[in-house]
Design a protein around this ligand. Structure first.
Ligand code: TXA
Ligand code: MG
Length: 288
């Protein structure tokens, strides 16, 4: 089993045509087989190989955002087995902006299913070390591409409905997608019949519990926890939205490793650029 770097998070990779390898990915992650995997391809010309009836929007978005942190949900072609898509007729496609990984996929000549290389429900890895810490000997090789530059998972946009819909917030925001398409894009909070594990209320969670607090009461919240004998700490993220995204998972992992039991976090301002970090922090804080 191998793990590959991407600009978002590290992925645990399997040839989509190799059923045993794909099943092993689900098993290692502890992820239910009904939760579909993202399929990574070499470039936009692969859309027609792995999708059918792709709308013109797919090509527009690919031209604008690929390689990059955007995943598109399209109707799948026969080249995508159902064990990859959780038995759904759709496929999630992405071209990563990571030179080595893209070269590996291109030279391989096929498509690579790669969910984040962490155990199900936990914080995604943004370095080779994170992958090793999480998955240990379950992964044979890790291609070390250094720290992931984006740091949170790709934006997922569903192009199979009447209106393009964002299923998971990422570095590419709703306004950017809408302006590239010249039409509105909606944010689907409750995925209808589509299963997206990243949209489960509790996900992306460190071992420590995460307590959300507004900026003004965070210090009081922290003091209260410490008084109660809880090993608590404040999560401080950079103000710049891109830097905050890059630091988020590594910071949560560091605080976990330092042995804290509670992490007091403040959501960054409710702007488009902060959507992904707000989303991940909210899910990390959800009841488990
Ligand atoms: O940034 C990323 O997207 C990373 C890197 C490795 O590329 N990958 C990633 O994969 O986050 P994973 O498997 O952890 O998350 C994939 C998400 C899941 O929430 C899954 O349910 C959703 O994509 N997904 C996959 N296929 C889908 C489909 N056909 N329809 C709707 N959602 C789908
Ligand atoms: Mg994941």
């Amino acid at each position: 089993m191998i793990a590959l770097p991407t600009e978002t998070v590290y992925g645990l990779a399997a040839d989509i045509a190799n059923e045993a390898a794909v099943r092993r990915v689900f098993a290692i992650k502890g992820r239910p087989m009904s939760h579909p995997l993202i399929v990574h391809v070499a470039d936009a010309s692969d859309i027609d190989r792995y999708a059918v009836d792709a709308p013109p929007e797919a090509r527009q978005l690919a031209a604008r955002f690929w390689p990059g942190p955007l995943t598109m949900v399209l109707r799948k072609s026969a080249a995508v087995p159902y064990y990859v898509t959780g038995d759904q007729d759709t496929v999630a496609l992405r071209v990563v902006d990571q030179r080595m990984t893209r070269a590996i996929i291109r030279n391989f000549g096929g498509a690579v299913a790669a969910p984040s290389a962490n155990r199900f429900g936990r914080v995604s890895p943004t370095s080779a070390e994170h992958v090793r810490d999480d998955l240990g000997d379950d992964v044979d090789f890790i291609v070390d591409g250094g720290p992931s530059l984006v740091g949170v998972e790709s934006t997922i946009v569903d192009l199979t409905g009447r209106v393009p819909a964002i299923l998971r917030a990422g570095a590419i925001g709703r306004a950017e997608l809408a302006s590239a398409l010249g039409r509105p894009v909606v944010r689907r909070r409750r995925p209808g019949n589509v299963r997206v594990s990243g949209t489960l209320a509790s996900h992306y969670a460190p071992r420590a519990s995460v307590v959300l607090s507004d900026a003004r009461s965070a210090d009081r919240e922290l003091a209260k926890l410490l008084e109660d004998g809880v090993r608590a700490v404040r999560l401080v993220l950079p103000d710049d939205p891109a830097e905050a995204a890059r630091a988020l998972y590594a910071s949560l992992r560091e605080l976990d490793a330092a042995g804290y039991d509670a992490i007091v976090a403040t959501l960054p301002p409710a702007t488009e650029a902060n959507a992904a970090v707000r989303d991940r922090l909210t899910r990390a804080a959800a009841p488990r």
